[in-house]
Design a binder for this molecule. Sequence first.
Ligand SMILES: C[S@@+](CC[C@H](N)C(=O)[O-])C[C@H]1O[C@@H](n2cnc3c(N)ncnc32)[C@H](O)[C@@H]1O
Length: 439
Amino acid sequence: MFRRLVSGELCILRWRHSQSSKCLRLLSCNSVIGPDRGQDLSREERTVPTELVRLVHTNTRIGPADDTFVSSRAGKQKRVCKVILDRFDQQYGQELGPLWPSARAVLLNPVCWQYGVMLNRFAAVSEVKQRLQGQGFVSLLPHTDLPLNSSLSQPHPTSPTQPSSIPHPTSPTQPSSIPHPGPPPPSLQCFIHPSPVRYPSPPHRQGQLKPYYLMNAASLLPVLALGVEEGDRVLDLCSAPGGKALAILQTADPARLCCNEMDPHRRDWLAKTLESFIPQWLSSTVTVSNQDGRIFGQSEAGMYDKVLLDAPCSNDRSWLFSGPGGEQHGAVRLRERARLPTLQTQLLRSALAALRPGGVAVYSTCTMSRSENQEVVEAVLNTCPGVELQDLEEELALPLQEHFTFTPLGHTPSLGLLVVPQQGQTWGPMFLSRIKRIR
Ligand SMILES: C[S@@+](CC[C@H](N)C(=O)[O-])C[C@H]1O[C@@H](n2cnc3c(N)ncnc32)[C@H](O)[C@@H]1O
């Protein structure tokens, strides 16, 4: 189905399943406008044969004996990109101090990586849930045993024009401490396992929505920080392949969710993700657009209650391993990396421009690099009038510190939360920061 957005941009919404050969190319997609994060597992890991998924309950070493080759979950050897590893050693040794050696060991040992299973509230999931629980998976979020597949699978009437209630105004210079908003929405359910158990990818069944999505559980944090409420107008500025858009739709029924992605191949991937997980009756709510995120905010200024900017970034997990170009590819990536903060700053300014006064934007990346995280947020706070940083420690980090390793908390103002992968808590890397537009 094709339709146009108010702005006149072409909007593609394809609810029919079509076998596209393009999706194969996405596996190794390295777009010129931003590197592939490849963190969530919708497609990359579908290439792993299901029987290998049983590799799981192994005695995992904390790291490889040498740093040249490591074993992947599929039993293949992955070559470590030395030029990237050397840079990370230099930079993260300084920036993360004692957390770096253990994070390094996890990143270099794919066999120990854990996976989260996010249930799809629009599909039949009771059996999957039972199976997960039987295998020792536990709920990541502190709630729930709500009956799934009941009223949640039905259309929900919303009020598209009514703005959502946003926490109280605070001083623009300090992060505001907002009251704890209560437990996460019960409709969002994600299961994790203490061991690196890899649940198989959901099979495609003609005419049925997929019941779950495999992901790095840290990817839920930006969505939780966004706090979408019923009737919100939401923009996911850099949306492909769509994992966080799906998570947003698990948390509430927005009046509108615009999923924007500039890269055409990744946009196809995004459309496919949506059609595999989201029912057709949501097609008037969820749109896919193809604008350059750097100018989106100006073209739809003030039109959104919530904006997620899950920015293109250096992907610490996948960049450590050489692509087909080997070390040379690593050198190219490092040059690309130097340009990322400028792109990220432009995108974040645009995200803030798209917000109505009182709305909030969440900035996230899957790198631990200070120049792509804290420094981007700082640059934007220093140059954008009428915005303020919000504190996420009390609301997110403290309740979830049993599952995630956050860099030392309590440094105020912290500019955001950083999740650092550690043995037994291999989630991340993930940085997130929340900014409110006050005028
Ligand atoms: C980290 S990925 C987003 C992952 C996604 N949020 C998810 O959870 O599945 C960043 C995306 O930004 C896209 N991108 C890069 N530059 C962009 C731009 N100028 N405008 C819009 N999207 C852009 C990339 O193609 C990539 O798909």
